[in-house]
Design a protein around this ligand. Structure first.
Ligand code: FAD
Length: 309
């Protein structure tokens, strides 16, 4: 089976884009995860479409990743093909919209949000400052409807080009993307984001860059960016903050192996050494149980779990 997958992948991608037994710890910001049988990094949109069509038609198990900043991969790794939408897919186009003061920005899904926000800023467009410090790819951000400091992807996205369930490339408008809190139709239907279209208006470049710097400084001050993590481990329960519930439950600094509730921000579970996915999973369950016993509130993980634990 594995030999068959490899030879089939070679029909759509060149050899250097296909890795075998690749440690997923190298592709996640948690720095955790066993080996993936195959990890492929398509260099163009056409190659993404070709490799997804192949996996679908041959029924090879596959999973899409961007920057791996919201992912926990099991210690025993992933059986199948990880399709890495990397920064090779970072092309951006900016056009003025006719009969309006707005500008359309079309970006490929592998671009990092930090790079895209910089590109938008230097073109004097405002509305994407909130995203500059989120350490993910654009594809991952649309899938998660990532947000920070009062902004969310849904506020500026007007559409996306995606691969649907049958392998066809289709365009979805904002309504069809059906964004919710850390949710979108991409997650619900398992679609694959190729390109995203935004609309922005002109702003003052200096003010935009100042806002980005200010938000990044606030992030550095409040978040344990010096340790590997996947950001906020849990979604925000309605009417509460996960970090505060965890802190008030006495779990600040609570540790299982090398996985710990951050002292700096209790909403973050961090890897302070050679942490394992099994320990992250145990700590997540322990936090949820403890908070539930004290407050009757369940915490739902925001982090996506894949592979074998
Ligand atoms: C220090 C730190 C701070 C963070 N701060 C924030 C924050 O302020 N706000 C916030 O919302 N999040 C935050 N996060 C979480 C994370 O950065 C975001 O969810 C980010 O958008 C995930 O992007 P990614 O490329 O890393 O996705 P990945 O982790 O690679 O994948 C996440 C999900 O998206 C899917 N996916 C990825 N790319 C595609 C694609 N092209 N097509 C279809 N599906 C795809 C994956 O299958 C997976 O289900 C933080 C994380 C860290 C480590």
């Amino acid at each position: 089976m594995d030999k068959d997958i490899y030879s089939q992948l070679m029909t759509v991608l060149s050899e250097e884009k296909i890795k075998i037994d690749e440690p997923m710890s190298m592709y996640t910001t948690f720095k955790i995860g066993g080996k993936a049988d195959f990890l492929v990094s398509p260099g163009t949109i056409d190659e993404v479409v070709a490799v997804v069509s192949l996996c679908k038609s041959k029924e090879f198990p596959y999973y899409i990743i961007g920057n791996g900043s919201n992912l926990l991969v099991g210690d025993k790794g992933y059986r199948g093909v990880i399709i890495h939408i990397s920064t090779q897919l970072s092309h951006v186009r900016i056009e003025k919209l006719e009969s309006s003061d707005s500008y359309k920005v079309v970006a490929e899904s592998g671009i990092m949000l930090s790079k895209l926000s910089h590109e938008i800023a230097i073109n004097e467009l405002t509305g994407f400052e909130f995203a500059a410090g989120i350490p993910g790819s654009l594809g991952g951000a649309i899938t998660m409807n990532a947000g920070a400091y009062g902004g969310e992807m849904k506020d500026c996205v007007i559409g996306a080009t995606v691969i649907d369930e049958t392998g066809n490339v289709i365009k979805l408008n904002k309504e069809q993307l059906n964004f919710g809190y850390r949710m979108s139709v991409i997650q619900k239907r398992g679609l694959i984001v190729l390109e995203v279209t935004f609309e922005f208006i002109k702003g003052n470049k200096e003010a935009i860059l100042n806002t980005i710097n200010d938000l990044n400084a606030r992030r550095k001050d409040k978040q344990p960016l010096e340790y590997p993590s996947a950001g906020s481990t849990f979604k925000r329960p309605e009417g509460y903050f996960a970090g505060k519930l965890i802190m008030d439950s006495g779990l600040r600094g609570f540790r299982i192996g090398d996985i710990m509730v951050s002292m700096k921000h209790c909403g973050f579970v961090i890897n302070v050494g050679q942490g394992t996915a099994a320990d992250v999973k145990k700590l997540i369950a322990h936090i949820d149980n403890t908070v539930y016993e004290k407050y009757g509130i369940h915490l739902e993980p925001e982090v996506r779990l894949i592979g074998e634990f």
